[in-house]
Design a protein around this ligand. Structure first.
Ligand SMILES: Cc1cc2nc3c(=O)[nH]c(=O)nc-3n(C[C@H](O)[C@H](O)[C@H](O)COP(=O)(O)OP(=O)(O)OC[C@H]3O[C@@H](n4cnc5c(N)ncnc54)[C@H](O)[C@@H]3O)c2cc1C
Length: 305
């Protein structure tokens, strides 16, 4: 199916924006903050937790970091005002990490300070491998200032086990583990699905046996079952882990079942006016996303049948 996904990924950017939006809207809470707040309220009403992300691009213009920073500050105030059960997820490229590390830290610190003032959890998303060290560095500095912070570890990278071992030392570590969305070279990453999945499972176990909180971010139903069995067999309390999902991916039956069986589930809820350039950029990085969305749109998915 690789060839099909590659073709799809080339076709989508030349389709009219309105037709792309018909498909994309399912995966996006909305363009405005108000729409997003309503979406999170709905999720919270069904006992789902949330983490919110403002769409953005790494535009080569330092000043334009002001826009995402202000969005995050506004978002943090709204989450507090509405007493919603939601954290935020931040991409450092949006705060200009790829351009100027010191300025990026200053931008990040504004968001971190507001998160701390408002007592809201802040997670730093993980981007492609040139930024892994710096992202982990930001996380280490952030948690010295505010304990309710976390980052992300990708199971396709060979380095991830060591990264976790370096991060887990005080029972305060909070990591989301996922497979990883970017295309990474074979000399630093697993390319085979089974290896990525097996490493994912080992990393989840590594966190749990070392008392680190783990967010298990996946839509792979077999993998969810595998983790659930480990958690149940080992009587892991539900304040040490949660399952995480992207908004719109059609696995609602499984998520509802997980909640009914006492697990916590968190939705990743992206929003913002920059959804189109953001989606095109992700599509270029990983054409498989086009295949997922195609399958979902035409209901070629186990949970849709
Ligand atoms: C909450 C959350 C946060 C994430 N944060 C990061 C991050 O910070 N850095 C990073 O590199 N990656 C991140 N990811 C993406 C992750 O790394 C994977 O690329 C993605 O979740 C697909 O892997 P999978 O485990 O779902 O398994 P797969 O085997 O890839 O997918 C299983 C099935 O899920 C469905 N599916 C998966 N992804 C999508 C999608 N995007 N749209 C529609 N259907 C889909 C498809 O039906 C697919 O067959 C995150 C994922 C989640 C759920």
């Amino acid at each position: 199916m690789k060839w099909f996904n590659n073709i799809l990924a080339k076709v989508v950017p030349i389709m009219p924006k309105w037709s792309v939006s018909l498909v994309a809207k399912k995966y996006i809470a909305g363009v405005t903050l108000e729409e997003t707040i309503q979406e999170i309220k709905k999720l919270n009403a069904y006992n789902f937790l949330a983490t919110t992300d403002v769409f953005g691009e790494s535009i080569p213009d330092i000043e334009s970091a002001e826009k995402p920073v202000n969005y995050y500050l506004e978002l943090l105030d709204s989450l507090k005002k509405e007493q919603l059960n939601s954290g935020i997820s931040v991409k450092l490229s949006q705060l200009r990490l790829t351009i100027d590390e010191q300025k990026a830290w200053k931008n990040f610190q504004k968001v971190l300070t507001k998160a701390k003032e408002n007592d809201i959890f802040l997670r730093i998303d993980m981007e492609d491998s040139p930024w892994t060290d710096k992202t982990i560095g930001f996380y280490q500095r952030a948690r010295d200032e505010y304990e309710k912070t976390g980052t992300v570890i990708q199971s396709y990278l060979f380095r991830s086990e060591n990264d976790i071992k370096e991060l887990i030392f005080d029972g305060q570590t909070n990591l989301r583990i996922c497979k990883g969305i970017y295309k990474e070279p074979a000399d630093i990453s697993f390319q085979n699905k089974k290896e990525i999945s097996d490493n994912f499972f080992n990393l989840v176990k590594l966190c749990l046996v070392n008392d680190a909180f783990v967010g298990i971010a996946t839509h792979d139903l077999q993998f969810i079952n595998r983790c659930e069995k480990y958690i149940t067999d080992n009587k892991i309390p539900n304040d040490k882990y949660e399952f995480q999902t992207l908004l719109g991916v059609p696995i609602i039956k499984t998520l509802k079942r997980l909640i009914s069986e006492g697990h916590n589930v968190r939705y990743y809820v992206p929003f913002g006016s920059d959804w189109y350039p953001y989606s095109m950029c992700r599509l270029k990085e990983n054409p498989d996303i086009a295949g997922y969305v195609f399958k979902d749109f035409f209901k070629i998915n186990k949970e849709n049948t």
